[in-house]
Design a protein around this ligand. Structure first.
Ligand code: NAD
Length: 293
């Protein structure tokens, strides 16, 4: 089976490498040459454009930053829906607006393509280890077609419901993650201000009622954990601007439905302030350093 992997950034490159290791032939494309070089070094075939990469493949996987990138990739005169073979299964793993995701899938369907939304959770560590959680929206038959491939990149493959449902679940999850990161950072900073060792504080809270994913696997305080962005200058990982995008997806979605998400809205404002202070490209755990007067 031949695949095209489009978007070889922090997540996409690691996911694509797991598919190559599992024996898939993979074409790849990214706008950044160094990412393409790393993909080629891992055994992938780097191509000069997305449409070239997607010619004559069985599955096209996209892992791009935001809604407008995914729209531009698939739609329009030079988009993949105009240039790729409709027999190819389309799998968008980017985190984007559920509405946009549904709209692209509907156009794809009208042109004879099957498309699923399959955003992920688990961070770059999960992408590297092949232990991601996939939240998939689409027809069951297409989800089953993708499952063997997704299982090479992830441990938990959930069919959330119809087209766009994977994105809805992902948006809810990341709103909670954004809030958790802020809350955990605040608790750690308060402990530090009192002179408590952050490792000791983290160990105790991890076994108490404050326990959560950030504390256990992604501690934002430098030096508490090895191999997390906070201990590597907040480089790599999941960017502040990507978290800001996800919180905006959540608050826009809530606004359209009259759903109340006051903590989501406050979190969006705090990440926005952190980004505006010049930290947009750092990992989102760098919000540990945000202070508000
Ligand atoms: P990233 O910015 O590191 O990578 C995105 C890549 O897409 C970049 O290398 C960019 O050059 C490339 N790109 C942009 N437009 C392109 C195009 N038209 N054709 C080909 N390549 C193109 O982002 P990331 O951290 O890999 O995240 C990707 C998606 O996954 C985002 O939607 C993000 O919200 C989501 N996500 C990220 C994480 C994480 O921990 N980083 C975790 C879960 C989900």
């Amino acid at each position: 089976m031949k695949i095209a992997f489009l978007g070889l950034g922090n997540m996409g490159l690691l996911m694509a490498i797991n598919l190559i290791k599992a024996g898939y032939q993979a074409n790849g494309f990214d706008l950044v040459q160094s990412q393409l070089d790393a993909f080629a070094a891992a055994g992938g075939t780097s191509m000069g454009s997305a449409s070239q990469a997607a010619l004559d493949v069985d599955v096209i996987i996209s892992m791009l930053p935001a809604s407008h990138h995914v729209e531009a990739l698939y739609l329009g005169d030079s988009g993949l829906l105009a240039t790729a073979n409709p027999k190819a299964l389309l799998v968008d793993c980017s985190t984007i607006s559920p509405k946009v995701s549904q709209a692209i899938a509907a156009v794809a369907k009208s042109q004879g393509f099957a498309m699923i939304d399959a955003p992920v959770s688990g961070g770059t560590a999960g992408a590297q280890a092949g232990t991601l959680t996939f939240m998939v929206g689409g027809d069951a038959i297409d989800v089953d077609r993708a499952r063997p491939l997704l299982e090479k990149m992830g441990k938990n493959i959930f069919h959330a419901g119809a087209s766009g449902s994977g994105q809805t679940v992902k948006v809810c999850n990341n709103m909670l993650l954004g809030i958790q990161m802020l809350g955990t950072s605040e608790a750690l900073r308060l402990g530090l201000a009192n002179g408590v060792d952050p490792k000791v504080l983290s160990d105790i809270m991890s076994k108490s009622s404050g326990r959560n994913w950030v504390l256990e696997l992604y501690n934002p305080c430098p030096g508490v954990m090895e191999n997390v962005p906070s201990s590597k200058g907040y480089v790599g990982g999941f960017g502040v601007d990507l978290m800001l995008k996800d919180l905006s997806l959540a608050t826009d979605n809530a606004g359209a439905l009259d759903a109340s998400v006051p903590l989501g809205e406050l979190s969006r404002k705090l990440y926005e302030a952190h980004s505006k202070a010049g930290n947009g490209a750092l990992d989102f755990s760098s919000v540990f350093n945000l202070t508000v007067d």
